[in-house]
Write a protein that binds this ligand. Structure first.
Ligand SMILES: Nc1nc2c(ncn2[C@@H]2O[C@H](COP(=O)(O)OP(=O)(O)OP(=O)(O)O)[C@@H](O)[C@H]2O)c(=O)[nH]1
Ligand SMILES: [Mg+2]
Length: 308
């Protein structure tokens, strides 16, 4: 079937997976159809819990996602996974790996897995991430999982886009110090110590617990082994608990507003940056060099030019 933008929209809403796949491509390419879909869906955020999973390369994120899918399916919940590959779309390794592992679900219409190069045409990750989540949400999935390698900005981006952010680590990588340094505790709603089949995990877990301050939501530390399939149902319980916490404390609507706030900020920045590249600023630079105006004056003049 050939879709036009209206039929794409209506088919997404009834859960047509081919329409969804097509729509995601439009959104990634920032095509006019993609823009139309995002516009239509912007104000209609659905009921899905959006769960982020981030952490060091090889910490077992995809293996855990695999297990989470299995657990959710046994509860008859539908799951969409968006795997963000921070590397070039052509390196392929991680993307291929994710696809192969999650292949067992290809026949299941209630599981949808999509890999996306995180460096889109527009340079950033966020526009496509936010918009892709809108589409998955509109398709009626119960849970949406976003996987990304923890590497600086991508962690922040994932936290901004998700209701529940999980940070995965393994013991014995000097992670305890690194984590505090990177301020990663600030973005985690749930902390996972994976590969708990290996030695040192228990101790590392309790060290982590000691570092976590009690709060309205005290970050739980979950020990898991994706390969041995242990700790997964406990992890799901914590994910559910966090969802209930968000809903009961009205933090959910706040979280959704924050997502839009962040997205708008990203889009305004992008739009202004694009315009800034096209603006004529020789005059202003000359005036600056001749000390006729201050930096503040120059900025004010440029902002004036950008918004007129
Ligand atoms: N022993 C052990 N190995 C694990 C566990 N979870 C994952 N692994 C292994 O760790 C390796 C990396 O697992 P992935 O699930 O690809 O890790 P990832 O974090 O998704 O990796 P990237 O997406 O490349 O960052 C694989 O060889 C897994 O089999 C675990 O709980 N215990
Ligand atoms: Mg992975």
């Amino acid at each position: 079937m050939k879709f036009n933008k209206e039929s794409l929209l209506s088919n997404i809403k009834v859960g047509d997976r081919r329409a969804l796949a097509r729509a995601l491509t439009h959104v990634e390419n920032d095509s006019s159809t993609g823009k139309f879909l995002v516009n239509e869906l912007f104000s209609k955020m659905g009921d899905a819990q959006i769960i982020g999973i981030t952490g060091a390369p090889g910490s077992g994120k995809s293996s855990l996602v695999d297990r989470l899918i299995g657990e959710y399916r046994s509860k008859d919940l539908s799951v969409a996974v968006l795997a963000l590959d921070p590397s070039s779309p052509f390196s392929g390794g991680a993307i291929l790996g994710d696809r192969i592992r999650m292949l067992q679900y290809t026949q299941d219409p209630d599981v949808f897995v999509r890999s996306m190069a995180s460096r889109g045409k527009l340079g950033g990750l966020s526009v496509a991430t936010f918009s892709s989540i809108l589409l998955l949400d509109a398709s009626g999935f119960d849970r949406i999982i976003i996987e990304t390698v923890g590497a600086g900005q991508s962690e922040v981006e994932i936290a901004k886009n998700c209701d529940t952010t999980m940070v995965v680590t393994v013991s014995g990588m000097g992670d305890d110090i690194q984590l505090i340094k990177a301020g990663i505790m600030e973005i985690a709603d749930i902390f996972i110590v994976n590969k708990s089949d290996k030695s040192g995990a228990e101790e590392f877990g309790s060290q982590m617990r000691h570092m976590i301050d009690p709060a309205e939501w005290t970050i739980p530390v979950c020990l898991t082994s994706a390969t041995e399939n242990t700790g997964i149902s406990e992890l799901i319980t914590k994910i559910d608990d966090h969802w209930l916490y968000l809903k009961s404390s009205k933090k959910l609507s706040q979280s959704r507003k924050n997502r839009i706030r962040y997205e708008l900020g990203q889009r305004v920045t992008q739009s202004l940056t694009k315009q800034l590249n096209n603006i004529e600023m020789e005059d202003i630079i000359d005036k600056l060099l001749e000390s006729k105006i201050s930096i503040e004056n120059a900025i004010a003049l440029l902002i004036h030019d950008l918004t007129k």
